[in-house]
Design a protein around this ligand. Sequence first.
Ligand code: GLY
Length: 376
Amino acid sequence: MRQKITVRLKDNSYDIHVGEGLLDQAGELVAPILARPKTVIITDENVARHQLPRLERALTNADISFDSLILPAGEATKSFEQLEKLLDRLLELRLERSDKIIAFGGGVIGDLVGFAASIYQRGIGFIQIPTTLLSQVDSAVGGKTGINSPRGKNLIGSFHQPDLVLTDVTVLDSLPERQLLAGYAEVVKYGLIGDKDFFHWLENNGRKIISGDPAARIEAILTSCRAKARIVAEDEKEQGVRALLNLGHTFGHALEAEVGYSGDLLHGEAVAIGMVMAFDLSVKMGLCPASDAENVRRHLEDISLPTTIGHGNHPISKIHMTATDLYDHTLHDKKTSAGKVTYVLASAIGGAMLRRDVAPEDIREIFQQALKTRPL
Ligand code: GLY
């Protein structure tokens, strides 16, 4: 069974299909939007090992010819060097402006391929087939694309919406549990920013999502994508409400920058810690009941996500960092305008808001508090 959500935009609406085994139907789903039966799949080594033959078979069965480009796995692939190589290969393969390419992977592949599509011959179409929970509920939807600069993550990019998103929950079966948990943090985010009932549903069903129940996974992905589609339709270029999707991200990006975007801290793990910090800050500013912050912390802990910089045996609990260094990272946030960082805070679970009036001392103190939890 497959379900469809439409992202309704002024210029280019598109569908997200969610279901079990969609990868095997990819040929018939993709064919109607191709100008000619030819495409290029761009993926990484890990996805190629586990899932590429399924996609290739599905395209072959639909008489679509293709080339497969396999890039190195990992964040370092979101670079100028890989972008240049990718564009060169697309030129060599004589892709035309009416063709569409396929991003088959997690956030790294989706962001890089989307950016390449946005600048190849001034823009060609692309299809997202996300293979991680994080990309299925967040990065594959909404058209944020880009690469990293040595000066920071995602600093070079564009808005370029995909023409189609195909989300197959069966591809999650080969995903390591740590990656699943990291993606789950972004699922929880949708409950925290605007859907208290979804948060309560996750409290009861979150474990099933991690352990592999397809129905629970589909339900969580659909609810997340519906929320994201609504927000993106209202504010495609992040002039306002879309910034709510950054709950926990300013704190989280500071932690990621401090550990050098290494495997010691996955993006979703940083977001989990950051969301707890955002709720703690909201309590500190008198905006949110302490019991809500406690419920957020408890659920993330129950599911085995880190909730603080000193979390148990997590690698970041052993990395030296100071509140001042972490605070300094927040000042480089992309959401800074006129020198002020916009924070996503909350009045309750499901009640997120944007605030530009947060006192630097409060932010430093929240970092201090999270650092104090480290083992001696
Ligand atoms: N990942 C946040 C956004 O797409 O706006």
